[in-house]
Design a protein around this ligand. Structure first.
Ligand code: ADP
Ligand code: ADP
Ligand code: ZN
Length: 214
C-alpha cells in the first residue's frame, strides 16, 4: 500500500503516519525527519537544508526528490510506504508519479487531513518532539506521561525551532502557496481521500483505517 499524507503543517500527518506504519507494517518516510537527522549529524545536506527550514521555507526540490526516489528503492519499501511531508510541490509530485510509472506502480491513496489555519498555530506551539527518537507529543492534547520526557525512550522533549509562531505563520503561507495545489493534483489522479483533522487523534485514525480497509 502506497500512501501520501497531505495537510498543512501541524495537521497531524506525522502522528497519523506513525500509526498507519505500525498497523499496516509499512515504513513511515518523513522528509522532515530525514532533514532533521542530517542536521543533527552535520552532513552537507543537513547544512544546506537548515537555512531554509529555519526560515519556514521549503528546501529546494533538487535536494529532496533524488533523496526520496532513492529511499523508495530500499528493501523495506517493497510492499509500500507512507510518505509524510513529501511531495510538497507540484514538481515533487510529478517526479514521484514518474518514478512510480517507471516501475509500473501507482499511488493507492493521497490522504488529506483537513484543519483550519486557526487551529494550527495553537497546535504547533504545544508540539514537543523527542530529541532521540522523533516521537511527537502535545503539551495539552497528547501529553507525555512525565512532563518533558519521551514515553518511548525517556529522552528530552523540545520545541522545534521552526515551531515558533512567526515561523509557523510563514510555513502556513508557503503551504497555501506551494503545497495546497497538490490536493487538486491528486484529485485529478483519482486517489484523493479527505479526513477531518480537527477531531481526536484516535477518531482521525479510525477514519483513515476505514479508507485503507475499504
Ligand atoms: P511539518 O510536519 O510540521 O509540516 P516537516 O517535519 O514535514 O514539518 O518539515 C519541516 C521542514 O522541512 C519544512 O518546513 C521544510 O523546510 C522542510 N521539508 C520537509 N519536507 C520537505 C519537502 N518535501 N520539500 C521541501 N522542504 C521540505
Ligand atoms: P504534522 O506532521 O502534520 O506537522 P503532527 O503529527 O506533528 O503534524 O501534529 C502536530 C501537533 O498536533 C503535535 O503536537 C501533535 O501531538 C498534535 N496533534 C496531532 N493530532 C492531533 C489531534 N487529532 N488532535 C489534537 N492534537 C493533535
Ligand atoms: Zn523518544
Amino acid at each position: 500500500m502506497k500512501i501520501v499524507m497531505l495537510g498543512a503543517p501541524g495537521a497531524g500527518k506525522g502522528t497519523q503516519a506513525k500509526m498507519i506504519a505500525s498497523k499496516y507494517h509499512i515504513p513511515h518516510i518523513s522528509t522532515g525527519d530525514i532533514f532533521r537527522a542530517n542536521i543533527k549529524e552535520g552532513t552537507e545536506l543537513g547544512n544546506k537544508a537548515k537555512g531554509y527550514m529555519d526560515q519556514g521555507l521549503l528546501v529546494p526540490d533538487e535536494l529532496v526528490v533524488d533523496l526520496v526516489v532513492d529511499r523508495l528503492t530500499w528493501d523495506d519499501a517493497k510492499e509500500g510506504y507512507v510518505l509524510d511531508g513529501f511531495p510538497r510541490t507540484i514538481p515533487q509530485a510529478e517526479a514521484l508519479t514518474k518514478a512510480l510509472a517507471e516501475k509500473n506502480e501507482v499511488l493507492d491513496h493521497a490522504i488529506n487531513i483537513e484543519i483550519p489555519d486557526q487551529n494550527i498555530i495553537e497546535r504547533m506551539g504545544g508540539r514537543r518532539a523527542c530529541v532521540a527518537c522523533g516521537a511527537t507529543y502535545h503539551i495539552v492534547n497528547i501529553p507525555p506521561q512525565i512532563e518533558g520526557k519521551c514515553d518511548k525512550c525517556g529522552a528530552e522533549l523540545i520545541l522545534r525551532d521552526d515551531d515558533k509562531p512567526e515561523t509557523v505563520r510563514k510555513r502556513l503561507e508557503v503551504y497555501h502557496d506551494q503545497t495546497q495545489p497538490l490536493i487538486d493534483y491528486y484529485g485529478n489522479e483519482g486517489v484523493l481521500k479527505e479526513v477531518d483533522g480537527t477531531v481526536d487523534m484516535a477518531d482521525v485514525f479510525a477514519a483513515i483505517c476505514n479508507i485503507l480497509d475499504a
